[in-house]
Design a protein around this ligand. Structure first.
Ligand code: GLA
Length: 353
């Protein structure tokens, strides 16, 4: 178990960004930046032992600042969309910046993904990691309350990367935190992810309008292209004429997890048949946004000069449901002073024969 720290570069505002290399001695290595809490690389073996990077990203900080589609980052203070950026707390209206088609997306113009976090490393022998801290000030991106946020990445000796989130506020606010890593278990983004097999333990999902805002209903996945309760190749039904696939431009939907008891449950798996790599996702969160990389179009050139083409990466964003502040029936995203927001997600890697 080792952890190394080095300077990755400087932001355009001349803030120093550090790179943390976590290694577990079992051929898994994870590289993390304190800019945006970004997971820059995840190196894992395939079934023949070949170790390769399986996430999309950039080789330099400028790439992340200028040409990133939330690669690897922590999205916050409120991940995903809020309808017209508007919500109410105890009758008071709040208006957030409308940074995506009239809606608020992933925390606004300068969300948690674009901040430089304080970082502290640790090595406990059986696991290593880095704890990140960011203070989101009262009024930043028009959210109420000073919100302190801690995100800890831990790599252990069973090829698990654990992400623990914690937040506190001094005024009632809203919070929804996720990690926005794009995975491509075959080649890190050189080809598309349509042959990846996906399983999500969800009998329902939250259908959306053409702006990707949920209607507030929970629809059954039964007999729809959204039924991933058994492994299915992502590409099988993605281009069906289903209204929801049309609205999403593919998969870009929140799945309502069947197991939601506060424990860190196994809720999704991805298996890539050529490499044999398997990714299991465990979380305490009630939902997961499955995004099939529909907005990628080859104009972002990432690590090793690879252009990230349409659907070359997939995201499995564990979170509360999109636009929750405007849907009382969804699990609450309100955080009050004196309360702790806590959430854990694990990405566990392995291979299948
Ligand atoms: C999330 C959203 C997508 C898209 C990406 C970033 O996954 O659900 O609609 O905005 O982030 O491009």
């Amino acid at each position: 178990m080792t952890i190394e720290e080095s300077t990755f570069g400087h932001t355009k505002e001349n803030k120093e960004v550090s790179l943390f290399k976590l290694s577990n001695g079992f051929e898994m290595k994870v590289e993390i930046l304190n800019y945006g809490g970004i997971i820059k690389n995840i190196f894992v073996p395939d079934r023949y032992g070949k170790v390769e990077d399986v996430v999309l990203g950039h080789d330099d900080i400028l790439g992340y600042e200028e040409k990133s589609d939330y690669f690897g980052c922590i999205a916050g203070r409120f991940a995903n969309r809020i309808n017209q950026g508007r919500f109410y707390i105890n009758g008071t209206q709040f208006q957030l910046p409308q940074n995506s088609n009239g809606n608020s997306l992933h925390g606004g113009v300068k969300g948690f993904d674009k901040q430089v976090w304080e970082a502290q490393v640790f090595n406990r022998g059986k696991e290593v990691g880095v704890s990140l801290f960011y203070l989101s000030k009262d009024g930043e991106e028009d959210y109420p309350g000073n919100m302190k946020c801690w995100v800890t990445y831990t790599l252990d000796n069973s090829n698990q990367l654990r992400i623990e989130y914690r937040a506190e506020t001094d005024k009632t606010t809203i919070v929804n935190l996720t990690n926005h890593t794009y995975f491509n278990l075959k080649d890190g983004g050189e080809t598309n992810i349509l042959d990846h097999n996906l399983r999500i333990y969800a009998s329902h999902y939250t259908p959306v309008d053409s702006n990707l805002i949920p209607f507030g209903t929970l629809d059954s996945v039964e007999d729809t292209p959204f039924d991933f309760r058994e492994f299915a190749p992502i590409g099988d039904k993605i281009d069906q004429e289903h209204t929801q696939l049309v609205n999403g431009g593919g998969y870009d939907h929140n799945f309502v997890l069947d197991k939601n008891n506060g424990e860190c449950n196994l809720i999704a798996s991805v298996y890539e048949p050529i490499s044999g790599r398997m990714l299991e996702v465990l979380t305490t969160e009630p939902g997961i946004q499955f995004y099939s990389g529909n907005f990628l179009k080859g104009d972002i050139v990432g690590k090793n000069n690879v252009p990230y083409e349409y659907r070359s990466g997939l995201c499995l964003e564990t979170q509360h449901f999109p636009d929750s502040p405007n849907h009382k029936q969804f699990p609450s995203t309100i955080l009050n002073p004196g309360e702790q927001f806590e959430s854990t997600t694990i990405y566990k890697f392995g291979v299948e024969p």
